[in-house]
Design a binder for this molecule. Structure first.
Ligand SMILES: Nc1ncnc2c1ncn2[C@@H]1O[C@H](COP(=O)(O)OP(=O)(O)O)[C@@H](O)[C@H]1O
Ligand SMILES: [Mg+2]
Length: 433
């Protein structure tokens, strides 16, 4: 009996041992697979991190090298800032063409007056702006600092700026409608990137035809974006004492009150669009029948259902009616008097790129009063004799100056009302012309 029991127990333990052995045998490959895969994954992770560190280090080194150009390099590239290399001069100072030792062409902007901000602050702003990249923005390559003097180094654009083409009588024939439409779309996309898509949310504040540069294929590239920040003129509040901008493109709230927002850029964009279609400058626009600027002229034609008359005669054979009408409507929506009525750039891009989108009817544009009776005149009075070289910076030393502008503008409106009452019997000329 005892022997049988012992034999049975023996058998059971053998079976258990066999079973355990078998499960151990099954477990082993699982463990091996687990260990191997963990090692592979961690190996790959470490490898990835090492590679990423190396690339990052290389990029930073390259960036560091390019961002800070030394004066010797820039002087050599521009032939000692020779007169022959000067390609223009704006409100911020002269611009020179240069060629680096590598053969790369550059444009050097010599800032005429130090902004008063420290070197580190200046460099930081340059680094931030230099990081912005979009096919419709001119690349800022870096800066050069020497004592009080600061320079900005840009990529060189061989085809000059848009004003050179659209306002030049013979050159304007080189820009048929389809090219102008592409240019309008490109500017819209570049501005949308600055306003919404880039990490910095830049308000340009000086959008105008001479800040639209053209590359080899005549693609538009916005330049001078972020210059307000670089120049130390940017403020977090939407109101500034330093008005950076160019008359003819500035929205009423910015020109008079120093209030800037994406909507003041939208106003400048609308002006640009109407100028591209018409081939004349908003500022200094003349018409036999009235004394309005280009925006006013466009608005009058739109109300009379004669908007197509706005099209530059050189595009007579090339323009597409539906596209031109769309652009005129978008332009007029952008230059509406009140910022809240103007569209944001994402809506502008949607409106321009879709055939079937319904658009609101534009309301009256800003500065819609004949010259001689408004703040437009006030602005031009300040600018007497400078129509051909538009001012780019105006420093309102005191906020009260903006107040004086408003009061004077009210006074002028009063005079205008008086003028219209006595028109016919007495000729009252408040334009000073
Ligand atoms: N990156 C550039 N490449 C080629 N030309 C440029 C570049 N930047 C500026 N320019 C030229 O220099 C001129 C002066 O430029 P700027 O100082 O920005 O003044 P503004 O924009 O008021 O004309 C421009 O009209 C343009 O023709
Ligand atoms: Mg410029």
């Amino acid at each position: 009996m005892n022997g049988t029991l012992a034999a049975r127990t023996d058998g059971i333990s053998r079976v258990i041992t066999e079973l355990t052995d078998e499960s151990n045998k099954k477990k082993k490959p699982v463990v091996v697979i687990l260990v191997v895969s963990i090692s592979i994954v961690s190996g790959m992770l470490i490898f990835g991190v090492v590679i990423w560190c190396l690339i990052w280090k290389k990029k930073t080194r390259e960036r560091g090298l390019h961002l800070n150009f030394d004066l010797v390099t820039i002087a050599a590239a521009t032939n000692n800032f020779s007169y022959a290399r000067k390609i223009g001069e704006g409100g911020f100072g002269p611009v020179y063409k240069g060629v680096l030792e590598t053969g790369q062409e550059i444009a050097v902007k010599r800032l005429s007056k130090s902004s008063g901000q420290g070197i580190e602050e200046f460099k930081n702003e340059v680094i931030l702006i230099a990081k912005l990249q979009h096919r419709n923005l001119v690349r800022l390559l870096g800066c050069c600092i020497q004592g009080e003097e600061r320079m900005l180094i840009y990529e060189y654009m061989p085809n000059k700026s848009l004003d050179y083409f659209i306002f030049g009588q013979t050159r304007s024939t080189l820009l048929p409608w389809h090219k102008r439409f592409d240019i309008i779309m490109g500017i819209a996309r570049g501005l949308l990137y600055l306003h919404q898509d880039s990490r910095l949310r830049i308000i340009h504040r000086d959008l105008k035809t001479s800040n639209i540069l053209l590359d080899k294929e005549m693609n538009p590239k916005i330049s001078d974006f972020g210059i307000a920040r670089i120049f130390g003129g940017d403020q977090s509040e939407a109101r500034t004492k330093r008005v950076v901008g160019t008359y003819g493109y500035m929205s009423p709230e910015y020109a008079i009150d120093g209030k800037f927002s994406v909507k003041s850029d939208v106003f400048s964009f609308g002006t640009l669009v109407l100028e591209i279609i018409n081939g004349k400058k908003n500022r200094g626009f003349n018409h036999a029948d009235h004394d309005h600027n280009l925006l006013g002229h466009a608005w009058l034609l739109w109300k009379e259902g004669k908007a197509l008359e706005l099209v530059d005669a050189v595009m007579e054979d090339s323009y597409v009616v539906s596209q031109v009408m769309k652009c005129i409507q978008v332009g007029l929506l952008c230059v509406q008097k009140y910022p809240e009525d103007r569209p944001i750039m994402s809506s502008v891009v949607v409106m321009l790129s879709n055939e079937s989108v319904t658009m609101p009817q534009p309301k009256q544009p800003g500065f819609f009063t004949e010259r001689g009776s408004t703040d437009t005149d006030l602005l031009s009075r300040n600018e007497k004799g400078r129509t051909e070289s538009p001012v780019t910076i105006t420093v309102l030393e005191d906020e009260s100056l903006a107040g004086i502008y408003s009061s004077l503008s009210e006074l002028h409106s009063g005079l205008a009302r008086l003028e219209s009452r006595v028109r016919g019997s007495i000729s009252l000329d408040v334009s000073g012309k």
